[in-house]
Write a protein that binds this ligand. Structure first.
Ligand code: 4AD
Ligand code: MG
Length: 429
């Protein structure tokens, strides 16, 4: 006999038939006459009932079974409008495959405790839904970028120079010298494209973030894209298309998971280009209207970004930030040397999910910016070869995958959007 999954059972195609189900006990309750179990597998949950007078032995098993015990249930699949999902299994046999006693997670436990037992909390409906949505985000990225002829590459994780500022570099001992964990593929991206023209990676990035915000972790999966000949307009379009392709894939593949999280797939299908675009200077004006005063030249934080997001019903792209707060590789706007040709894509409620720019292709300007940031050009020697040998205009961006998942799931912390989140105070489990 085949073992159907719960998703299949809930379609009702096998109603009236005898079935066998494998899963875990998610909930139970019993009265003197009847016991109910909720069985879960990776695809959903279904109610199982055991009537005592028909089956004393199995009633006793159901009455005593511990949460998260692994079981095989045999019984009749029946339509029952009172059961969540509309179907119930009237069990004739319950077999315990892997017992579980005193499962540590019950209702109303603190966020911190749930993080301590994260390896077990992953079994919850909410986190299972997140893991599946996360997988569809990766799939959406790979499918779209490969369709557009981007080649996937793997940059190194041990590095000798940072690209996103020294304060968030993790230093570690590498035999007899010190190296850093990769913050971004940036220095490698701009080399890969001289071979491939269009390249992308999805890899871990490490940030020694001391800030305890709802959207910063110390390790996250970073989707980064870089292409030769792509100008600023082309970059903005690529950002929009990537986001829209991800939303479409999640809406298509995760109807059940979105429902578990109270999210509507139809809303995701509305996330189509073009997205509203405003400049950094215009963003400051919008903030003033909400009585948030940001002096020109200061970076936008989560609070400011969420406030900007409230003006739009789609993600919004904020362009042309002040040059002083931009990394050395970003191109200065030829029409306004005070700003860069850069763009952050802000998602509602989360803020920055993508950061990208046209890159400076002039060697001398890069050298100037490196010095301005207090960086030693010698550490960037191999990077600078991109400008020495056949430099061309190019652009690229980086997307924090967990921030996208946080947004799509409607979570209020990035920690819920990562299986095993790492922060300043947590590296276990
Ligand atoms: O804005 P960032 O630092 O930009 C870069 O690293 C560029 N080199 C990307 C590129 O152009 N290839 O990081 C890019 C994205 C952010 O927009 C954000 O979504 C995410 O990475 N991110 C983080 N996500 C979680 N925790 C953190 N500490 C993050 N820092 C950045
Ligand atoms: Mg950024």
């Amino acid at each position: 006999m085949k073992f159907p999954q719960i998703r299949e059972l809930l379609t009702g195609k096998q109603a009236g038939k005898k079935i066998k189900l494998r899963g875990w006990v998610a909930r139970k309750r019993s009265s003197k006459k009847i016991a109910f179990l909720t069985i879960r597998d990776s695809t959903g949950r279904i109610q199982v009932s055991i009537i005592r007078e028909n089956n004393e032995e199995n009633y006793n098993i159901a009455d005593k079974v511990g949460y998260e015990s692994a079981v095989i249930i045999e019984g009749l699949l029946s339509k029952d409008d009172r059961a969540p999902g509309g179907f119930e299994i009237k069990a004739s046999k319950i077999e315990i495959i892997g017992p579980s006693e005193n499962f540590p997670i019950s209702k109303d436990q603190s966020q911190e405790f749930l993080l301590d037992v994260r390896h077990l909390a992953l079994r919850s409906e909410r986190l299972t839904a997140m893991l599946k949505i996360n997988s569809s985000v990766f799939e959406g990225l790979h499918t779209y970028l490969r369709k557009e002829d981007y080649t996937e590459v793997q940059p190194p994780m041990f590095t000798t120079a940072g690209s996103e500022g020294g304060s968030t570099l993790f230093e570690l001992k590498y035999f007899d010298k010190m190296v850093y964990l990769s913050q971004s593929w940036q220095l490698y991206a701009e080399n890969f494209i001289y071979a491939l023209e269009k390249a992308y990676t999805i890899a871990p990035s490490f940030r020694a973030e001391k800030s305890k915000t709802a959207r910063h972790v110390t390790e996250y999966w970073h989707a980064e894209v870089e292409a030769t000949w792509m100008d600023f307009e082309g970059l903005l379009e690529l950002m929009e298309n990537v986001i829209s392709a991800i939303c479409e894939n999640v809406a298509k593949k995760n109807v059940h998971e979105l429902k578990v999280l109270n999210r509507d797939p139809k809303e995701l299908l509305k996330i189509k280009p073009p997205f509203p675009r405003i400049t950094y200077a215009e963003a400051l004006d919008l903030l003033k209207k909400q009585e948030i005063d940001v002096p020109y030249g200061a970076d936008l934080g989560g609070r400011e970004e969420r406030a900007i997001g409230k003006f739009f019903d789609k993600p919004v792209i904020v362009t042309r930030y002040p040059r002083e707060i931009m990394a050395f590789y970003k191109k200065v706007d030829p029409e306004n040397p005070k700003v860069c040709l850069n763009a952050n894509l802000l998602a509602p409620e989360v803020g920055e999910i993508i950061d990208g720019s046209e890159r400076e292709s002039d060697m001398n300007k890069i050298l100037e910016s490196l010095k301005h940031e207090g960086l030693d050009p010698k550490d960037y020697d191999f990077y600078l070869d991109t400008r020495r040998y056949g430099s061309v205009p190019h652009s690229g961006f980086g997307m924090g995958v967990a921030r996208v998942v946080m947004w799509l799931c409607g979570f209020d912390t990035i920690k819920d959007a990562i299986a095993f989140p790492r922060t300043m105070t947590r590296v276990k489990p």
